[in-house]
Design a binder for this molecule. Sequence first.
Ligand code: APR
Ligand code: ZN
Ligand code: ZN
Length: 357
Amino acid sequence: MRGVILREVGKPVEVSDRLTLRRPGPGEVRVRLRAAGVCHSDLSMCDGTLPAPRPLVPGHEGAGEVVELGPGVAGPPVGTHVILSWIPPCGSCYFCLGGQPNLCVTARAAAGPPTLSLGDEQAHAALGVGCFAEETVVDARAAIPIPDDVPFDVAAVVGCGVLTGVGAVVNTAGVRPGSSVLVIGCGGVGINVIQGAKLAAAAPVLAVDRLPGKLEIARRFGATHTTTPDGLADAVNELTEGRGFDYAFEVVGRSATIKQAWQATRRGGTTVVVGAGSLEDQVSFSAAELFATERRLLGCLYGSGDVRTDFGRLLRLWRAGRLDLDGLISRRITLDDVGDAFTAMASGEVIRSLVIF
Ligand code: APR
Ligand code: ZN
Ligand code: ZN
């Protein structure tokens, strides 16, 4: 089959038609991809910001159709439309039973033999899903059923960017109506933090991005105010009487912007780190500051969500016109254009590029 391959960090990705996929084993299903979004974390794996094994088939924001069940697998049945979850909840570990299935590592750790090969070499599916290939074999619990009438492109974006962004607001932070919200970084994920803030009836919602074009998009998705980073200090003063925001979301993935979000959070307020930073990038602040201002600093993995219920919930909000998913899709591309989509994302030309199969 065809798929995108990263051979070396920092080198352009290639497309190969020599990828082979093994049959699904016990506990697994084979899914034919129908749409897959290009998320910044894919680029981060390709440029070395996030660690990943190689050769790698990137892509972790996908939707498709179940085409084969492994031996003894009860479902979802062949033909079911699914969104792929890059954290399959095992359902029975400490985290799953404790209501934090986004922190489950059990299913992924128990994964069967490698699913992909490239000639006689083993290849790796990014985050256990590898969506930039025609098909994938995944843990059956990573294939979350959705209604047949949901378009695959809309479904795909729910699989990472939408759950991560909206979930950061409604699950991780639990923003209440009338709270002031700051969002730093208005890409595919940040725009969904803004949509989440609108859903939560937050106000004001200040969006910050270094690209003025992104600020215009941010306003369209619900930001009440916008600024480039150089105007942040003034905006904090104007919008919060100098106190800082109730909630500040960092959606870039760098220590410098985490620090900005922290500094713009009020006493007793909450900073949420949504961006996926590198292992080496350290964040620091004074111990006294943390103690004396009682600010809270929260990490956020996959929107603190439960994919088994949250994918459906987000699609119902979309159906009711409360969440704009169609507007997130800037470009529809083929597997051959994934390299260009990385460039377009890095230069800020797109919110999401969607590979259509
Ligand atoms: N200050 C403000 N905005 C910035 C800065 C900065 N210093 N640096 C980058 N940005 C903006 C970019 O202009 C862009 O609009 O952050 C946005 C990032 O958006 P995308 O590249 O579309 O990335 P996205 O897919 O939204 O992911 C953002 O979340 O899931 C993680 O790994 C992902 O860390 C990444 C983050
Ligand atoms: Zn992602
Ligand atoms: Zn679990």
